[in-house]
Design a protein around this ligand. Structure first.
Ligand SMILES: [Zn+2]
Length: 217
């Protein structure tokens, strides 16, 4: 497997390591880490730095019951799934995503947006952020759209290109608010991505006018 060339923004890795990144974005970062040894190393380093900072804090007086409460919480944490993603196995999805989705792409329901472009009926959302899967047939184009907030795509199969670069398995494409872009799937195979958005997409052009009003083709 080749090493990803496009990574999440450093501040996202920092927030992820600090445990302060929002849930939906964390899912994409965790999935990217399964592909990317560079970002895994960075997150491990940041987590170690966080531990050192905590260790340097001056001791505070605590109540007698705190130790018991803390041990109970640690036990609960130990019983939770491991935060470090498992390597990509036979499943198409990296470990963190496989656990959340619980099925392979063929077993999922898909909603056609335009010919060749499908979104999964499966999705998760928290606050204003949401995630679902984007499936592009070989050579298909996502209609031009701009964003009212950020968008991130993680490629899990195949690849696509836009004005900003070419993205392959493990790569993360990030788009800021108001950035129009035109994704085109590679011609040699289907492309499957995890799509994370913070607000609904706003499509541009006549086709976009129809899509924004709920039309599907
Ligand atoms: Zn990376």
């Amino acid at each position: 497997m080749t090493v990803p060339a496009h990574h999440p923004a450093p501040e996202l890795l920092l927030d992820y390591a600090a445990g302060s990144l929002r849930e939906v974005q964390s899912l994409l970062i965790a999935a990217h880490l399964a592909y990317c040894p560079d970002c895994r190393a960075q997150v491990a380093e940041l987590e170690a730095c966080g531990g050192v900072l905590l260790a340097d804090l001056p001791p505070e007086p605590v109540s007698d019951s705190l130790f018991g409460t803390l041990m109970t919480r640690l036990d609960a944490t130990a019983a939770a799934p491991p935060p470090v993603p498992t390597p990509v196995g036979k499943s198409l999805f990296p470990g963190p995503l496989r656990r959340v989705i619980g099925a392979e792409p063929e077993a999922l329901e898909w909603v056609r947006v335009v010919p060749g472009i499908h979104l999964s009926a499966w999705g998760v959302s928290a606050g204003t952020a949401s995630a679902c899967l984007l499936r592009m047939a070989p050579g298909s184009r996502v209609p031009a759209h701009r964003h009212t907030d950020s968008e991130m795509l993680l490629v899990m199969k195949g690849g696509f290109s836009d004005e900003f670069g070419a993205y392959r398995v493990g790569d993360v494409a990030s788009y800021d608010t108001g950035t129009p872009h035109h994704a085109v799937a590679d011609a040699d195979g289907e492309c499957l991505c995890l799509l994370v958005q913070d607000q609904p997409l706003v499509f541009t052009g006549l086709l976009g006018w129809l899509l924004n009003r709920g039309f599907r083709f």
